[in-house]
Design a protein. Sequence first.
Length: 121
Amino acid sequence: MKRGKAVFVLILVSLIFCGCASVNFAPTGKIYPPHQGPVKIYTTPPTDIKYEEIGWVTADGDFNHPWAQLLQMMQKEAASRGANALIIEKRFTTQMDTEINIGSRFDEDRTITAIAVRSHE
């Protein structure tokens, strides 16, 4: 019984410290079939092409998930919804101080929000 309890505690602690990344999509426009090509990333709205907004994509992760990984997850989700570009709207990191039995630990939560668009080039 002690071994089962120890395994349960180990799994619980692993889940707390590993964290997960997630991506959410909120549709705001037309529905398109999945886009098969690359999804471009813009930091400002492009002025040289015409595009339409089809939704908003948000990725959340912790310090284990670099910005590049969150962006790749967003690109994959946007492509599955028919978008061929993302316009980064917000990107921020929050720092939390969490007390633990063995001392203090600082975690960073990361969030990126972008507008998923379909350009008409």
